[in-house]
Design a protein around this ligand. Structure first.
Ligand SMILES: C[S@@+](CC[C@H](N)C(=O)[O-])C[C@H]1O[C@@H](n2cnc3c(N)ncnc32)[C@H](O)[C@@H]1O
Length: 275
């Protein structure tokens, strides 16, 4: 019922932020098949201490940056492999500039860090002589994103920490994943907990909804197929398939609390072997 009301509100362009609190109530929606042992309520307590990793130390040494503590292990896991060479990173959402400096200090010193923001004052956070650049425009404007890609891209890492509006996250991913992210690159969307907060939901499908669809797209090669179609040297094996761009270029998706990560990787058809 709530979903239907939300859809109607979105459809008729009503301000979702004005929606009654009732609509923002979120409860676990699991199917009857979901194991009940796993939905039993347990008490979870406040974290003690701070993350133990180098990036957190860089974060803690500066100011004017806003990140959740539990992100640091996720950053280290997904960004660690990019540290030993100069990279190009695009961060959507500059705010007070602290995160741009944090990335600059974390990655190879010859890396280029580009931040984009709608707030014109963010331009003050550009440090051109350190290859930290800021461009002003909206993450929901594909022409602006194309210009940024033309000027600086393609990127090794794209991090969406912008408006956290669901339609903005959707537009940016659509406009950037294909042209602006290198093969072997990483696209991270953070703060996706906002996809469960009514004031950020301004599209029929949230970014989390699209991400769940992308889990299916990752498995697109298997649609209407059977295992022998992929078996090494089997007479039924297929030599080529028509796949969507995303499926043909998605190495994997990782879901965390508030973060979704997409590894871009040009794929071959999956192959099984019976020995
Ligand atoms: C969460 S803050 C960014 C925080 C920063 N990355 C950090 O870690 O400290 C979000 C930023 O997104 C910007 N923003 C809001 N709407 C935007 C849009 N449509 N396009 C680009 N940036 C936007 C805001 O001006 C704000 O500076």
């Amino acid at each position: 019922m709530r979903k239907l009301l939300n859809k109607l509100l979105v459809k008729f362009g009503l301000l979702i932020t004005k929606a009654p609190t009732l609509l923002s109530d979120k409860s676990l929606a699991v199917s009857d098949a979901f194991p009940t042992e796993l939905t039993e309520k347990l008490t979870v307590t406040e974290a003690t201490g701070t993350p133990e990793n180098e990036l957190f130390d860089i974060f803690a040494a500066d100011t004017n940056v806003h990140k959740w503590h539990h992100y640091f292990d996720i950053y280290a896991r997904h960004f660690g492999a990019y540290r030993n060479r100069p990279i190009k990173m695009l961060e959507i959402g500059v705010f007070r500039g602290g995160s741009l400096r944090m990335w600059k200090d974390y990655f190879h010193p010859d890396s280029t860090i580009v931040g984009i923001d709608v707030d014109k004052s963010c331009k003050d956070h550009e440090i051109a002589d350190r290859n930290v650049f800021v461009r002003i425009g909206s993450q929901a404007d594909p022409d602006f994103l194309a210009q940024v890609n033309e000027e600086f891209g393609p990127f090794d890492i794209i991090l969406d920490d912008g408006s956290h509006k669901t339609h903005h996250q959707n537009i940016s991913f659509g406009a950037l994943f294909r042209p602006a992210l290198k093969d072997g690159g990483c696209y991270m969307v953070e703060d996706v907990h906002t996809n469960y907060w009514i004031k950020h939901i301004d599209s029929e499908d949230t970014f989390i909804d699209l991400s769940k669809q992308m889990v299916d797209m990752l498995h697109e090669p298997y649609f209407n197929r059977k295992e022998t179609h992929f078996r090494h040297e089997h007479p039924e094996s297929v030599k080529q398939l028509e796949l969507s761009y995303l499926s043909a270029n998605l190495g994997g998706i990782a879901f965390y609390d508030s973060i979704v990560v997409f590894d871009k990787k040009q794929r071959n058809l999956p192959k099984s072997e019976l020995r």
